[in-house]
Design a binder for this molecule. Sequence first.
Ligand code: NAD
Ligand code: WQD
Length: 344
Amino acid sequence: MAKILVTGGTGYIGSHTVVELQKVGFDVVIVDNLSNSNIDVLVGIEKISGKAPAFENIDCVDYVSMDKMFEKHKDIDAIIHFAAFKAVGESVEKPLMYYRNNLVSLINMLQLMPIHKVKNLVFSSSCTVYGQPDELPVTENAPIKIAQSPYGNTKQIGEEIIRDTIHANSNYQSIILRYFNPIGAHSSAELGELPNGVPNNLLPFVTQTAIGLRKQLQVFGNDYNTPDGSCIRDYINVVDLAKAHVIAVQRMLNNKTKSNVETFNLGTGTGLSVLEIIETFENVNGVKIPFKIVPRREGDIEKVWANPTYANTELGWTAKETVEETLRSSWAWEQNLAKRAKAE
Ligand code: NAD
Ligand code: WQD
């Protein structure tokens, strides 16, 4: 069976993807420096899939160590490159840390690929490249807007680096996946999001408020031009998202790509407001989320949701999980984390 290198494989989306890859029989090598994840994630992966992936604690920015890693784990067929820093606010404070980590790691992959005869790369991009789209739902052909943050810029530049590299050398192929807002956890509650410190993203803040770790959720603005005044996003289940990576890898390995660089939106096609998420979370889980409306958060986009038709038709992938089930999984994961913390 083919061997897949998953950088950032102990992270939130990476860990769920490793499970799905192993489920269909791929051999997986994870490279992660644990800068935003925990080694215990490997236990969760093994519990679910019955198989421990190979693991290397390496910084992808370290070219020499990555080179040795490719020597050790010979015959890698494809790379899924998740490894990156992702906190938007932090990227504004520490832009060089973000440019260095996110771009040098990608450049290292692209430089090492021909040396180690790896042709295929899946890249984690983001709906952040669209900024506030002029038309909704947003398709892959929508114009790329000036990035709102150094983080967003690393995704735009990352995409360009891939396109330029492939333009110069047709021995590479890449599938660029633009995720909308990933949420939820594995249905076993063995894997999920592990935010460091105070969460920036909505869902971990909601679950931490529900469990009592945070007193109150702040809803950033109710004066947007949306039906209930709060921002709208396309919340995509993390396991659905993970499955799209398996399909992307299979598409490249089976020579089914239509061009050497393909770009896909990964979203549900439905936009939900912050207040709708809170209400649905409360209803499906039978818990209350204390919240208050506060002023808008700087840099927030008013509304964005995907047109996922291209992924639906070309990849044969659709987001299957309901938002209700997804919000149940988030809550089950938070409760499992609390149980573990108590046991320690
Ligand atoms: P995450 O932080 O949970 O996972 C990233 C993993 O990469 C972590 O385990 C971290 O330790 C590791 N890592 C970071 N820099 C590294 C380096 N230099 N070398 C080795 N390992 C390194 O994040 P995630 O939510 O799983 O995101 C995965 C990818 O998807 C990222 O590229 C992110 O930018 C992108 N993305 C995420 C979202 C989201 O909302 N979660 C949305 C769109 C795109
Ligand atoms: C969602 C909505 C907030 C927290 C970010 C990145 C983006 C992508 C996904 C990687 C917004 C509101 C949030 C809170 C709130 N990541 N909110 N109270 O901002 O859509 O996107 O993550 O590529 O690049 O920018 O996600 O989860 O932070 O916010 O009211 O405590 O929830 O205003 O409307 P966002 P988010």
